[in-house]
Design a protein. Structure first.
Length: 123
């Protein structure tokens, strides 16, 4: 059980506006958008340190580029250099990059927040 509730939704429900905002972000960015949902989900698993995801050599170019970008967003923005950006642009449209980057950022914040309230990084 978390420090403020048993589930993330129960914690957010303590402030209905926070719950409504999160549901909007979840529905429109985390779970939908123009980027491939499978790649988004892979990035979310990477952020949660899923050992099945962290071996980057096993992934295709688009997947690997997205995972490396998730790593840069989460851990060291200097890793998002010219070479990574060239690979990202070779794999994704501008709209997909905006969607994917926002989704990674929201998911990263979500996972950190969940851990601070005593919940697992992901359900």
């Amino acid at each position: 059980m978390g420090r403020l509730g048993a589930t993330a939704a129960e914690v957010r429900a303590l402030v209905p506006e926070a719950l409504a905002s999160w549901r909007y972000i979840q529905e429109n960015v985390i779970e939908r958008g123009v980027a491939d949902q499978r790649i988004k989900d892979l990035c979310y698993r990477y952020l949660a340190s899923d050992p099945e995801v962290t071996d980057l050599a096993r992934w295709s170019d688009p997947e690997r580029a997205a995972l490396e970008w998730a790593d840069a967003i989460a851990y060291d923005s200097d890793r998002a250099g010219d070479e990574l950006w060239a690979r990202l642009h070779a794999c994704f449209s501008e709209a997909e990059l905006v969607d994917l980057g926002c989704a990674i950022g929201f998911e990263l914040g979500q996972q950190h927040w969940r851990r601070t309230v005593g919940l697992a990084a992901r359900d």
